[in-house]
Ligand binder design. Structure first.
Ligand code: SAM
Length: 178
């Protein structure tokens, strides 16, 4: 455990426009030691099936849950955790990450479409990974890597059927339940 629990809340998922981006939010979260992503917006059975396929093949723990009421998720988390909203309008990560308490769980908010103003008000910290518009996946990956101080890239996953045997050249995958 690199630090207390970190979960991601993906806001405003749209089935027809965001499937690929949200899938990448899930993949980046999983690769960087997050074991739970909650998403809101439109429910997407196909997205849930695809990520479950990844977890079955490559391991977990990793869970994706859908919640329609994102405000209540944030309000519940705020009772015991810190809520960090990633937004280009926030305070540059270089100037505010040190304020996020290390001993508390963190809920990270990432948007897709225009994010409702309530998310800005409910968040404890509105954090910009630079104040330019860019990708939510890039912003999330940089944020998590900084939050975990470079130790977030997970190497051990449980119960997968496949794993990579790292090679300087070529590709090798080992099959069998881990
Ligand atoms: N246009 C939308 C708005 O005004 O709220 C945001 C679209 S952006 C592609 C989707 C998400 O990427 C944002 O909600 C935010 O979470 C993240 N994002 C984009 N640029 C960012 C930045 N510079 N720093 C932090 N997060 C960023």
């Amino acid at each position: 455990m690199v630090r207390p629990e970190v979960s991601v809340l993906r806001l405003g998922h749209r089935v027809d426009r965001d499937e690929r981006a949200t899938m990448h939010v899930l993949l980046a979260s999983r690769a960087l030691s997050v074991s739970e992503v909650i998403y809101s917006g439109q429910r997407d059975a196909n997205l849930e099936k695809r990520i479950q396929g990844v977890v079955d093949r490559w391991g977990g723990p990793f869970e994706v849950t859908y919640e329609r009421n994102w405000r209540s998720i944030i309000q519940n988390w705020k009772e015991s955790s810190v809520v960090c909203h990633l937004t280009m309008y926030g305070i540059n990560i270089n100037e505010c990450l040190h304020k996020v308490p290390k001993e508390k769980p963190v809920l990270v908010l990432v948007g897709s479409q225009k994010v409702h103003k309530d998310a800005f008000q409910l968040a404890d910290y509105n954090i910009a990974v630079g104040n330019q518009p860019h990708s939510e996946i890039a912003a999330l990956a940089i944020f998590l890597d900084r939050l975990f101080e470079g130790k977030g890239l997970k190497t051990e996953f449980e119960k997968g059927r496949m794993r990579v045997a790292p090679r300087e050249k070529g590709k090798k995958v080992i099959f069998g339940v881990l």
